[in-house]
Design a protein around this ligand. Structure first.
Ligand code: ZN
Ligand code: ZN
Length: 172
């Protein structure tokens, strides 16, 4: 949703949508979404600054990075950002941002596209690797069997040399 600075009323603009990932240009091979993103944002202004607060919820689908099975990953991303007009060196804006201890982001063309904000915030929050459960045993590196379904009978990784030596010293 495109929101123009000059059209933001004192109480702000509420953005409450269900947005398909495709609409955000977010279709990846590593993950995809189960249903749309739930977007709840409040867009307000302070002079020439635009504030975007709220949250974005989504259930993403991943392949487990250990066993490669599909798994769900529910996400709730909190959004709290302040955007200043691009190219404007307003010291006033800067001190306000500094006071709020927020990273400085910019908007262009007198407004903000909330889909862009959502896209960026989501990309920052998505983990590189997801496991289906913490105790997932993954696949055997030799035969590829899913070790969650039982041992595969492959030799375990070769013991370190000191273990072999220790065995030899042991009394019979
Ligand atoms: Zn797994
Ligand atoms: Zn194996």
């Amino acid at each position: 949703m495109w929101i123009r600075l000059s059209e933001i009323p004192p109480q702000g603009v509420v953005v409450s949508t269900q947005t398909p990932l495709k609409q955000l240009g977010l279709v990846q091979e590593e993950w995809w979404a189960d249903g749309p993103l739930r977007v709840q944002l409040l867009v307000t202004r302070d002079e020439r600054l635009i504030m975007v607060d709220g949250d974005v919820g989504a259930t993403l689908q991943f392949h487990c990075s250990r066993c490669l099975k599909e798994c769900s990953y529910p996400m709730q991303v909190e959004v709290h950002i302040v955007l200043a007009p691009e190219g404007e060196e307003a010291s006033e804006s800067r001190s306000q941002l500094h006071a709020a201890d927020l990273e400085q982001l910019y908007y262009r063309d007198d407004g903000v596209e909330t889909n862009e904000v959502v896209r960026e915030q989501l990309l920052l929050a998505i983990p590189m690797r997801v496991v289906c459960r913490p105790e997932c045993r993954g696949l055997c590196p030799s035969c590829g069997r899913d070790l969650n379904e039982g041992a595969c009978g492959c030799r375990e990784s070769p013991a370190a040399p000191w273990v072999e030596q220790l065995k030899r010293w042991r009394p019979k």
